[in-house]
Design a protein around this ligand. Structure first.
Ligand code: DGL
Length: 270
């Protein structure tokens, strides 16, 4: 007897960041939704986003989301704190798709700190955003918040040399003042920073908890897909496709190493 034909509905998730940072989010999504097709855009030609104006980031984010929409994304994850801060409202107005963003995980840090002092590592853009101001007012009124813009760190992380002396020196400069302020939680408020998690932990010491919101972002995506009834009944592993506006080969080396895959990476102009 022939098997009944199954109606397979593949689901595609579009994800973007200024560079490799959002790959830390993509990995969490892949673990949670292994059968979904994932399309990732790294806008590395224009990196870093952290020093750009909000209106520039809005325009860029809209252009990238148009591409992801044309590629049949069922939902888009803005895997970048800086772009979320500057552009998420405009994106939600412009696209008729679930758009999931990421913001510094101030809430879990505020709820669990024992010293009452929390460190935030983020880009200058994220820390200056109105969205971040709202977050502080909501969750961190009675706390000492040590905001640290990390100029130059994203560029060093993009080189893939995560144990280099230059990177360690820069990370120490950013971490030492907040360690003196007795923070016991440090929020990784930029999706690039999980790549140097070990270095940050080594400098901060084991008594400090690092908070990385990539798993909660993946859970939020899953929740939104369920609410919107965007189903996926594909049983085989999803495909992953990567597009990069800047240098392709270095990006591929990093993605292959981090995800342990032979990534399909295409150059693209957006
Ligand atoms: N990875 C990004 C973030 O989460 C942006 C880094 C940058 O390009 O400045 O903020």
């Amino acid at each position: 007897m022939n098997k009944p034909l199954q109606n397979v509905t593949p689901r595609t998730i579009g994800i973007f960041d200024s560079g490799i940072g959002g790959i830390s989010i993509l990995r969490a999504i892949r673990n949670l939704l292994p059968n979904d097709d994932l399309i990732y855009v790294a806008d590395s030609l224009y990196l870093p986003y952290g020093t750009k104006t909000p209106s520039w980031i809005k325009q860029r984010s809209i252009a990238i989301c148009k591409f992801l929409e044309r590629e049949n994304s069922n939902a888009i994850v803005v895997a970048c704190n800086t772009a979320t801060g500057a552009a998420i409202s405009s994106l939600r107005e412009s696209f008729n798709l679930p758009i999931i963003g990421i913001e510094p995980a101030l809430k879990p840090a505020a709820e669990s700190t024992k010293t009452g002092a929390v460190g935030i590592l983020a880009t200058a853009g994220t820390l200056a955003s109105e969205k971040y101001d709202q977050l502080k007012t909501k969750f961190a009124r009675d706390l000492v918040i040590f905001n640290q813009p990390c100029h130059g760190l994203v560029e060093l992380i993009e080189t893939g040399n995560w144990n280099g002396a230059e990177l360690k020196t820069l990370a120490s400069q950013f971490l030492e003042p907040m360690m003196q302020a007795s923070v016991d939680k440090i929020v990784l408020g930029c999706t690039h920073y999980p790549f140097i998690r070990d270095t940050i932990q080594e400098i901060a010491g084991n008594g400090v908890e690092l908070i990385d919101p990539s798993i909660p972002v993946a859970s939020e995506l899953k929740r939104r897909l369920e609410i919107e009834n965007i189903i996926d009944n594909k049983l085989s592993p999803g495909e992953m496709r990567f597009y990069v506006t800047g240098e392709r080969d270095r990006f591929k080396v990093i993605v292959d190493k981090f995800l342990d895959v032979d990534a399909k990476v295409n150059s693209i102009e957006i």
